[in-house]
Design a protein. Structure first.
Length: 320
């Protein structure tokens, strides 16, 4: 089991008993940290569908196992503001509520610390007749134990591939940059294992007749200023190990959110690019690169549109 005595649900491998009193890196206990649920109109087209016609039934969890310095969800992922703890039954009810509102899918955001409870909830929900696809929307630092628990319960995996390797590094080496940027020194090692396992479980993305994701893998990569995400290495690995038919979302929406922390911390002065948005030129360079690698199922973002969907979890309506 991934939780209980010795949580190993993610690459941090804290091995703590989350029933207390000591908690692991994410701070999650034995209940599910819940922030909000809503119909999200701004995910990739296979998840949100056409504008004005449904959307993705998103459930935002608190206490992420990663701590990205620029996280746009930092109010709930790191500061745990306006969140509460819920049990498995309320999670099941929330899934059905979203389905009854016309959601195209149930989209579980930053689910990793709660994989055990999520697996229980999905088993119950599917028995009770939940029929829309379940999307596991993760930062991609999920352990093999975590993913084994979800096998057969998740329809669409939506993981990040946050960073590639520096040219001289081995993927098993601890990486000081992924530690500083995402709070995970073994990010690449566990991320690559996770992506391969997700592909083994669900295969390439399959769309239904409406162009909506029915099953499969869709990988997100957020391009960072000054190539801080090592996009060249990340995309090359994706093409070489998951195939050119992989569905990739090449994201442009980097915004210096949560930069009070970065600005206050002298360590981050070594990443001056984090203080500005991505330029059009930089983004075009990497979209061209993706095409040149043969990644022909790549979703791209309009830079301006990408900045219009920033969440504020202090507001009742998170995206308005
Ligand atoms: S989910 Fe990850 S960070 Fe949280 S306690 Fe488990 S191993 Fe640690």
């Amino acid at each position: 089991m991934g939780k209980g005595p010795g949580c190993v649900l993610c690459g941090h491998m804290c091995r703590v008993d989350r029933s207390g009193p000591s908690l692991g890196r994410c701070g999650a206990g034995t209940l599910v940290g819940f922030s909000s649920s809503l119909i999200h109109p701004g995910e990739e087209p296979p998840l949100s569908g056409l504008v004005g016609n449904g959307g993705s039934g998103t459930i935002f969890f608190s206490r992420c196992n990663l701590s990205c310095v620029f996280c746009q969800n930092w109010q709930i992922s790191q500061a745990n503001q306006n969140t509460r703890d819920i049990g498995v039954d309320e999670l099941v009810e929330t899934m059905f509520k979203l389905a009854s509102m016309g959601a195209h899918n149930v989209n579980l955001v930053s689910p990793t610390p709660y994989a055990f409870e999520i697996a229980k909830a999905l088993s119950k929900a599917k028995i009770q007749g939940l029929s829309i696809p379940v999307v596991y929307n993760t930062g991609g630092y999920d352990s093999p134990t975590c993913l084994a628990m979800l096998d057969g319960l998740v329809d669409v995996y939506l993981p990040d591939a946050k960073i590639g390797l520096s040219p001289e590094a081995d993927e098993n080496d601890p990486d000081p940059d992924s530690m500083r940027l995402f709070g995970a020194r073994d990010y690449v090692k566990y991320n690559r294992l996770a992506l391969k396992e997700m592909k083994r479980q669900v295969g390439h993305l399959i769309l239904d007749g409406r162009g909506l994701a029915a099953k499969g893998l869709l990988v997100r990569h957020l391009v960072l200023p000054d190539n801080l995400a090592r996009t060249d290495s990340a995309l090359r690995w994706l093409r070489d190990h998951l195939g050119a038919d992989l569905h990739l979302s090449l994201m442009a929406q980097y915004h210096p959110a949560h930069l009070i922390k970065v600005g206050d911390n002298p360590e981050y002065r070594s990443y001056p690019g984090l203080g500005r948005p991505l330029s059009v030129r930089e983004y075009e360079k990497w979209t061209d690169f993706a095409w040149s690698l043969g990644l022909h199922n790549t979703f791209v973002q309009d830079l301006e549109a990408a900045t219009q969907m920033r969440p504020d979890f202090d507001k009742p309506d998170v995206f308005n």
